[in-house]
Design a protein around this ligand. Sequence first.
Ligand code: ASP
Length: 291
Amino acid sequence: MQHLVDTNNFSDAQITQLLADAKSFKTQCPPKLLRDKLIITLFFEASTRTRSSFEVAAKRLGAAVVHLDPSRSSTKKGESLEDTFANLCAMEPDGVIVRHSKNETPQILADMQTTPVINAGAGNYAHPTQALLDLFTMVEHFGDVQGKTIAIVGDIVSSRVASSGIRLMTRMGMHVILVAPEQFMPQSDLPQYEKLEDVMDKVDVIMSLRAQLERHETELFEDYDDYARHYCITKERMQDRDILLLHPGPVMRNIDISDEMLEDPRCKVLTQVKNGVFMRMAILKLLLLDS
Ligand code: ASP
């Protein structure tokens, strides 16, 4: 039984297969490969894109999907996470997709070895399907990402998108540089910059990130207008440079990325969302059918 807690659960050959499957699902109408499968989603944190993307992906491949809303479940009556999960597994799903505020939750559930567990975002530790769809979007654009340089800009310390992304992108041979005010900068051996201006001529990709206010125990940044003056990705900063602009969403308009840049063809935010469905189809196929 294979799980997806983070992308290191996949071999290089499996990542190559995922990219190939996502591409083929994007170019031709996918067969109903998961016709007999049932998937349960269990989201303990808010989600717009990831949950609906998984549901669309599963349904496009013919699977049935059941959602459990923990805010209306026995979690409210004091049932433990492990007991809720064991009860769902007793209904014999073919996989459970879980999002949780605690970093270790997907691994704890995976270790129960009852059904494939797919991490849809855990604390600030990992968001592997986002990392894989970002990789797919970059591979689609560049062909090969080896040797390309990406700057991750924003609240890196609190971001599971950054954590999973850094692990996967460095594994793929990309150069990753971090750009943030010191409150948002993690401990890291990667090159670190405080000023966006200092990296604009070095990068092929910028990944902008939202401030993860819900994860801050104290106020890390007082004035987000001031933050935006230094870190918002605007046309003045981008000029006519050939830089791909990514953001996992939700985008804080005119703080993370300006309205004008969101309309610019170099901005791939909605392409990421579109590609997310194809990559998640590939991931479901791998975990539910091929493993
Ligand atoms: N949607 C992403 C996540 O769940 C990024 C974000 O919320 O800022 O981590």
